[in-house]
Design a protein around this ligand. Structure first.
Ligand code: 5GP
Ligand code: ZN
Length: 113
């Protein structure tokens, strides 16, 4: 389903114009509004799922991960990339439509903050 008041639903389904880095029938990717690295792209399902906890569809989960790899390739993240899924408030989730951050283009520290 698509949620009327969800900004990522609107971006993914064309209600708000947006340049997609990548798109297929179930998944889109677009650059983060407030990038935390030279490359910072979000990969999201077109359908609305609040968090990773809400997805049990293995095919969709696989499609999201394959899209992450496509995005890394398209963006030229040849020295590596970091993939982050913040799930719920304590983990730092602010937008409650599942999204996978793809970050690259600078050295990454561990542990994350
Ligand atoms: P979270 O903290 O939920 O894991 O990440 C949400 C991300 O979405 C943040 O990095 C934030 O900059 C990004 N974001 C929030 N609103 C918009 C928007 O309207 N457009 C785009 N492209 N990114 C957004
Ligand atoms: Zn949504």
């Amino acid at each position: 389903m698509i949620k009327d008041d969800c900004i990522f639903c609107k971006l993914a389904n064309g209600q708000i114009p947006c340049n997609f880095v990548y798109e297929n029938s179930d998944v889109v990717a677009f650059d983060d509004l407030n990038p935390q690295a030279p490359i910072h792209t979000l990969v999201i399902p077109k359908q609305h799922y609040e968090t990773l906890e809400d997805v049990n569809d293995k095919e969709l989960l696989a499609k999201l991960m394959l899209a992450v790899k496509e995005v890394a390739k398209i963006k030229g993240a040849k020295n590596g990339f970091r993939t982050v899924i913040n799930t719920k408030k304590e983990a730092g989730q602010e937008v409650f439509h599942l999204h996978i951050h793809v970050l690259a283009g600078r050295p990454m520290k561990w542990p994350p903050g």
